[in-house]
Design a protein. Structure first.
Length: 154
């Protein structure tokens, strides 16, 4: 005997990042894609070829890999870019290849260490994917060319 059930309105139980387009996400959903790796907070040099340095922005806490004043970062550091669904393509070259915004943009699966998959914000640090204890605090004067890095996860 076969039973047929109507599909309910909530039948799609896929996570929001799998079923919504970027511009359909709420601001809370968009923000939750950030894996808190801190790599976007590393100072970059170059125009045509962007290269990451191991120097963090003045607000980056290199011991935790987090911004010290996330809510007010644009007031304190005017160069800080507010990443949005509208401009993520424009700034893609400034993001590390591990960035969840890029993964979702390219319709790829989030990696197992991303906290939306693992359930823990510690996963990214345990896997060594974040800048925690890998970057240097901002200091001036500094010759950024001497601090260019080639981490495999950039």
């Amino acid at each position: 005997m076969f039973r047929f059930f109507k599909k309910s309105a909530n039948a799609d139980q896929r996570p929001f990042w799998k079923c919504k387009k970027l511009n359909q996400m709420t601001s809370a959903e968009w923000e939750s894609l950030c894996d808190r790796c801190g790599k976007c907070c590393l100072i970059k040099i170059g125009v045509w070829r962007v290269r990451f340095t191991n120097i963090g922005c003045p607000l980056l806490d290199v011991k935790t890999g987090l911004c010290r004043d996330y809510a007010n970062r644009w007031d304190t550091v005017p160069e800080c870019i507010k990443l949005t669904p509208r401009n993520v393509r424009k700034y893609a070259k400034y993001l590390p290849k591990t960035c969840a915004y890029l993964w979702v943009l390219k319709k790829k699966r989030l990696p197992p260490w991303h906290y939306l998959v693992s359930g823990s914000h510690k996963s990214i640090h345990q896997m060594g994917i974040s800048v925690k204890n890998r970057a240097e605090a901002f200091h001036q004067p500094v010759d950024l060319r001497e601090h260019v890095i080639s981490w495999s996860d950039l």
